[in-house]
Design a protein around this ligand. Structure first.
Ligand SMILES: CC(C)(COP(=O)(O)OP(=O)(O)OC[C@H]1O[C@@H](n2cnc3c(N)ncnc32)[C@H](O)[C@@H]1OP(=O)(O)O)[C@@H](O)C(=O)NCCC(=O)NCCS
Length: 197
């Protein structure tokens, strides 16, 4: 491992449909690394067919959501960080347009080095400028202390709302939210429901 993540992760870019194998690899890594962080089990993810991974990558790289990945840029590239923003459904009409931050992951060797900060800053900027969002919400497992601290440092506050964690209903998923500055109007006219991978 080098001293700087920048030496290993050459670029933050958008996921492409053609990245479906890289997506499968990192998704299985995420679900194995931090099972409590995502609403899908690794067993369910392992059952997905190649066609389903292709469809998932196509959805995640479509116009109505933003999927940022950090890859190492080398031959046989690997995704070392991922964050996704989708428009929340349904919307609360009393607030600015709400987006959801989902599928947050930075590989263990890149944690604490600023990659997560950079991904989140870019995700918030893109949510504002491309999705027209003024608020970003997320759900975090009550026991995920590291993620809660990370979000708090970035201005996310606990809203008071919570919901049972789908994989273990004895545990709660805490809702946090942050206002973001609206950079410009939405460039996506249709905000249809997006599969929340
Ligand atoms: C959540 C995640 C993206 C944050 O990225 P990161 O690089 O680890 O974040 P940072 O190191 O910048 O910040 C983490 C904070 O937790 C603290 N921390 C580090 N290790 C910790 C630990 N074991 N327990 C509690 N807090 C810890 C850090 O000191 C830091 O605190 P600060 O913000 O008050 O300084 C990353 O940890 C990750 O991918 N985790 C696994 C997947 C996950 O939990 N995703 C979130 C789903 S909601």
């Amino acid at each position: 491992m080098s001293d700087s993540w920048a030496a290993e992760v050459n670029r933050i870019r958008r996921l492409q449909a053609a990245d479906w194998r890289l997506l499968r690899e990192v998704r299985l890594e995420m679900l194995s690394d931090t099972p409590m962080a995502y609403g899908e089990s690794i067993a369910a993810a392992r059952r997905q067919t190649d066609t389903q991974w292709q469809e998932r990558a196509a959805t995640m790289s479509g116009d109505s959501s933003i999927t940022l990945v950090a890859d190492d840029g080398a031959d046989g590239s690997r995704i070392r960080g991922l964050m996704r923003v989708v428009i929340k459904q349904p919307q609360d009409p009393s607030q600015a347009r709400q987006a959801m931050l989902i599928s947050v992951y930075v590989a263990p060797e890149h944690r604490g080095l600023g990659l997560a900060d950079q991904l989140l800053d870019e995700a918030c900027a893109a949510a504002s400028s491309e999705l027209g969002a003024g608020v970003i919400e997320l759900g975090v497992h009550e026991d995920n202390v590291r993620a809660k601290k990370f979000y708090a440092r970035h201005g996310f506050e606990v809203t008071g709302a919570s919901r049972p964690y789908p994989q273990d209903e004895a545990k709660q998923e805490i809702v946090m939210a942050r206002r973001i500055r609206l950079l410009s109007g939405p460039s996506h006219p249709g905000h249809q429901a997006i599969a929340a991978y």
